[in-house]
Design a protein around this ligand. Structure first.
Ligand code: FAD
Ligand code: NAP
Length: 414
């Protein structure tokens, strides 16, 4: 644990932040900042990228649309424009984020990658370092996301492959793969949707399904499946809601076992709650699997020079490989001296209590509940900090912090 009195190495310059420091200018960081500003609490957002919502702007494919209706993806205090469709496109979502930031006058500090953050128990403040500066505050909000880094699995022989290998975070459109035979590793929402996109551009996707997977229709009886689940969970136990979901799914999308997509023994909602594994919401991939345009293949044993060898011994040639292998949090790589997070970078305390740690630490967007979870975390964090802010406003602690500022030789953030 660091100390105010320690002689520290670079960076020499430090900045006092008169309110919380938020790391990440994605939807979660923006929501936290907006909710704080509603209470009159200023904040500073540090963002490694050069824009807000960088996951959406830089790391998602062109055909992406929200899988959940817009009312379940809205951030607090300002909803989606009325004229947006039920399932907004990626560009519409980005434009909503931009209007949100501008409405609440949020101006993140871009190109500030947080390299370390640590609570300094001697002076009672968080010290947050980027490549340029050290930022100091009483409160620290982690909003770097569950999907901060792509997961690139080590698959035997990958270095031998002569074709193109890309993770879905760098995939834009099937037009780059027209007429190619493509191995898509992974069958989550990304794997399914990229395979569908490849079909639409006359490529031949082979999707690797190494495990069980729940595929649900995006809508049931003309309503979103997510909306139905949310409503039913208010009245019925989870096990019954899972049974209902599986019954209706079997009636609408059919028995997915026959397509090589075996369902887990645990129901979709229980599995999501226990393991965080998201069910696939089908937006057209299943019918392409049924028609044979998307081919389902078993787990990969090894990658060869020209393709892949599968667990059943079969070998196939491919022009390209797309890794739809998911994402992970990056918190463990920079948050120091704090045991609030697991080794996977998720809060140890599960939803709904994972938003608050000790010593002024908060997390937003780590509830495995998408943007709905973000909204709920942001409101709670802002209420909690605003109570402390009001209590501190006129009292000695504020003066003390300025006194410490002098001691640790900081300048104040504008
Ligand atoms: C393809 C795809 C589609 C999705 N679709 C949906 C959907 O329809 N509905 C839904 O609810 N969820 C969806 N999600 C989940 C999605 O992650 C969240 O909706 C949303 O982006 C989470 O917001 P966030 O701000 O928590 O994280 P992010 O959007 O990941 O934002 C985190 C920000 O932190 C920054 N950052 C990370 N590390 C550092 C660091 N060390 N220093 C400074 N900055 C840092 C990143 O650059 C990023 O800008 C989707 C995810 C993916 C990958
Ligand atoms: N439109 C949308 O709303 C939309 C679209 C895309 C993604 N998303 C969201 O974004 C998040 C990430 O989704 P995602 O699909 O990118 O990731 P994901 O849900 O984590 O799925 C990753 C997939 O890769 C497989 N995998 C990982 N390593 C593998 C390996 N070595 N060999 C074979 N398979 C491997 C996993 O299989 P196992 O199950 O066996 O581990 C799983 O099928 C999710 O929350 C998702 O809902 C939303």
């Amino acid at each position: 644990m660091g100390s105010c009195k320690e002689k520290r190495e670079e960076p020499a310059k430090c900045v006092w932040v008169n309110g919380p420091i938020i790391v990440g200018a994605g939807p979660s960081g923006l929501a936290a900042s907006a909710c704080l500003s509603e209470h009159g609490v200023p904040s500073v957002i540090l963002e490694r990228s050069n824009c807000i919502a960088s996951l959406w702007q830089h790391k998602t494919y062109d055909r992406l649309k929200l899988h959940l209706p817009k009312q379940f993806c809205a951030l607090p205090l300002l909803g989606f424009p009325e004229n947006f469709p039920k399932y907004p496109t990626k560009d519409q979502f980005i434009s909503y984020m931009e209007s949100y930031a501008s409405h609440f006058s949020i101006h993140p500090r871009f190109n500030q990658a947080v390299q370390s953050a640590e609570f300094d128990s001697t002076c009672g403040f968080w010290r947050v370092r980027t490549q340029d500066l050290e930022y100091i505050s009483r409160w620290f909000i982690v909003a770097t996301g569950e999907n901060a880094e792509p997961v690139i699995p080590e698959i035997v022989g990958m270095e031998r492959f002569r074709g193109h290998v890309v993770h879905t975070s760098a995939y834009k459109s099937g037009s780059d793969f027209a007429n190619q035979k493509v191995l898509v590793v992974g069958c989550g929402n990304s794997g399914m949707e990229v395979s569908l996109d490849l079909c639409r551009h006359n490529a031949v996707p082979h999707m690797v399904v190494r495990n069980t997977v729940h595929v649900l229709p995006r809508e049931m009886f003309g309503c979103s499946t997510f909306g139905i689940v949310t409503a039913l969970l208010k009245w019925l136990p989870l096990s019954l809601v899972d049974k209902f979901l599986l019954l209706v799914s079997n009636l609408t999308v059919g028995n997915t076992d026959q397509l090589g997509l075996h369902r887990p023994k645990t129901g979709p909602i229980e599995l999501k709650n226990v393991t965080g594994k998201t069910p696939v919401l089908d937006v057209g991939a299943l019918s392409q699997i049924k028609s044979g345009k998307i081919k389902v293949v078993e787990g990969v044993k090894e990658i060869t020079r020209n393709g892949a060898r599968f667990m059943d011994g079969q070998e196939k040639e491919f022009d390209s490989i797309i890794l739809a292998t998911g994402y992970r949090s990056n918190v463990p790589s920079w948050l120091k001296g704090c045991d609030f997070f697991t080794r996977d970078g998720m809060p140890k305390t599960p939803f709904p209590d994972g938003w608050k740690g000790e010593n002024g630490l908060y997390t937003v967007g780590f509830s495995r509940r998408g943007l709905l979870g973000t909204a709920s975390d942001a409101v709670k964090i802002a209420n909690d900090i605003a109570d402390q802010w009001r209590a501190m406003r006129d009292c000695r602690t504020y003066c003390n912090s300025h006194f410490i500022l002098l001691k640790i030789n900081c300048r104040e953030s504008e």
